[in-house]
Design a protein around this ligand. Structure first.
Ligand code: GCO
Length: 412
């Protein structure tokens, strides 16, 4: 039997989710609108999702009972500020109750202030395509922190502001010119009686969006830091392990620069960097390489490559010198034994980073539940816990018990 690998004392073992993907009926959000317009690119609407909005007490207790000590969830801006400048105390109280339940269950709450979805009114104002709109996000951060800050354990401002540019760089997202004229975008604008509608990440990705997101992070970070409570604040970034092969070095460097470095430069004084990794990406002399022969693909068409996490932690840590929190890592598969294998190999890499002196503060598996995977709907199954969408019955998979035990023993 191989030797046991132990993790630092106080290591955060968490599961991650995001409001829109599990709460259900987030009807005032930009995503809900886009899910329902003619020509939508979503395969199905989010609907009730996992009804986590109502079932959070049992859900959070289940996470704790499995052995975890942290829970990452997000605030839904569209519920808290349903119309510009109108803040809902009832919605803020909902998230306050979630935080209380986390503490009752001895879970450190890791709160993401914005996990992609925004209120419709924000989309009508041009979303992240308008630089001045960053101020709206800062005001939201200020109000949410005033109400919730004393109970927050760790905060993330934005989730993966670099995702759009990342997916555009590898050809998964269309060009800005195509996006600007996309029928779903025009249909959304028409549905809300506007001549424009913009929503991340289905918006234009190039400047000024990138700069607006970075500005929003900075303003949000300052608003959270100067508000109630005292807890680490950072950002989360989508990171590939970028690998150059046979003359692909220049392309690899160029994509890494625009997808990772620009954002890492902007957050190098934050309390931590939230690393989110799912796979690697390879670059050759003629461009981006297809998946390597013999490497299996996950349900979201990524190469099954758990070693990528170690590379991204090392990259972010070396580049910024900041502590790292793995805020997402996971795999979409129907074969749960492959999930266990994936996480086991990923965690071996985390442990090697720790051995080398990198301050890795914790690991959150994505996702707590099989949930609404955006455009792909409910088909990909990332979850540790399966959910019957008709009955809302939860069934933890073997991987949930396995990772919960790793968490409880702080050892692999
Ligand atoms: C993201 C998000 C999650 C996704 C997850 C799986 O990375 O896009 O943070 O919302 O569901 O990454 O694709």
């Amino acid at each position: 039997m191989s030797e046991q690998l132990t993790f630092p004392q106080g290591f955060m073992w968490g599961v991650a989710g995001a409001g829109h993907q599990i709460e259900g009926n987030n009807v005032n959000s930009d995503s809900w609108l886009l899910e329902h317009v003619p020509g939508t690119t979503f395969s199905e609407p989010s609907g009730d999702a996992c009804d986590h909005y109502h079932r959070y007490p049992d859900d959070i207790a289940m996470v704790a009972a499995l052995g975890f000590n942290s829970y990452r969830f997000s605030l839904e801006w569209a519920r808290i500020e349903p119309e510009e400048g109108e803040f809902s105390t009832a919605a803020l109280e909902h998230y306050r109750r979630m935080l209380v339940v986390c503490h009752e269950n001895h879970l450190t709450p890791i709160v993401t202030y914005n996990h992609f979805t925004c209120p419709r009114w924000f989309g009508v104002k041009g979303g992240w395509e308008v630089s001045a709109n960053a101020e709206y996000f800062a005001r939201f951060c200020e109000r949410a922190t005033a109400h919730l800050g004393d109970l927050i354990g760790v905060a993330c401002t934005l989730n993966e502001p670099n995702l759009g540019i990342m997916l555009q760089s590898i050809g998964v997202f269309p060009s800005d010119e195509t996006v600007a004229k996309a029928p779903y975008r025009l249909a959304a604008a028409r549905a809300v009686g506007s001549d424009t509608f913009s929503s991340f990440p289905t918006c234009c990705q190039q400047l000024p969006v990138r700069d607006t997101l970075i500005k929003a992070h900075r303003l949000g970070y300052n608003a959270i830091k100067s508000g109630r409570g005292d807890f680490p604040v950072g950002i989360t970034l989508a990171m590939f392990d970028h690998q150059a092969v046979e003359g692909g070095e220049a392309l690899c460097d160029q994509i890494r620069q625009q997808v990772d470095d620009v954002f890492l430069d902007a957050v190098r004084n934050d309390d931590f960097i939230g690393v989110q990794n799912y796979t690697r990406m390879r670059y050759g002399s003629k461009g981006i390489l297809p998946p390597e022969a013999g490497v299996e693909l996950t349900q979201v068409h990524y190469e099954y490559w758990p070693e990528a996490l170690e590379a991204t932690i090392r990259y972010a840590a070396n580049y910024t010198g900041r502590p790292i929190l793995v805020t997402e890592n996971g795999v979409a598969t129907v074969d749960d034994s492959k999930r266990i294998e994936f996480v086991r190999r990923a965690l071996m890499g985390v442990e090697r980073c720790v051995q080398d002196g990198i301050a890795v503060k914790g690991y959150c598996y994505w996702s707590v539940f099989d949930n609404f995977e955006w455009g792909m709907g409910f088909q990909p199954t990332f979850g540790l816990i399966a959910v019957d969408l008709a009955t809302q019955v939860r069934t933890p998979k073997p991987s949930a018990a396995w990772l919960g035990n790793v968490a409880r023993t702080n050892a692999l």
